[in-house]
Design a protein around this ligand. Sequence first.
Ligand SMILES: [Fe+2]
Length: 211
Amino acid sequence: MGLSSLVDMVNSVPGATSSSVLGPFHVSNPPPLEIGGDMRRDFEGEVVLVEGIVRDIDGAPVAGAEIDIWQTAPNGMYSSQDPAQDVHSFHALMTTDATDRYAFNTVKPVSYTVPNDGPVGQILDAAGRHPWRPSHLHFIVKAEGCRDLVTEVFAADDPYLDEDTVFGVREDLVMSYTPQPAGSFPDGFTMSGKVPGEYSRVDIDFKLARG
Ligand SMILES: [Fe+2]
């Protein structure tokens, strides 16, 4: 189970954002989402504003980058695992603007267990390991002239951060969710969808390798 993570580590480019596990829950043709858009739909949970910039490893702006985003619903399941969810729930495709920024709001993803009722469960049992993964957002970031980045970003306060069952955590992929007072939106951002009370903000900047 650590093999795909080992391959990620070998393929990571120094100076670029670390790559991490793709996992089995990505869907093709995710729905487009405008910058500042709402991935929450009608789900309840801790509201999070996710925002950042896309640059290359020399710090040059990368405009027009495509960011493919996916995560669990608050019940810990991806849409493809959960008949109650639309296939595109918590999946989105965002394109950065000329300022190389992106932003969206969502509900905070939760820790979840990998499916452990088959061979994977037997391997975990044999190794004396649990099936939990810490809360994370999945991203694939693509831009012309740059190498595709497949990665995940983890919540710094998650209890499973140091014991991810698929070894996906890298130090530069751990981010803090910072509490924000109700009604304040930083840097001129507004929040589409239902306006929350208190919410959290997480800044995630991506650095892509050229080539
Ligand atoms: Fe995941």
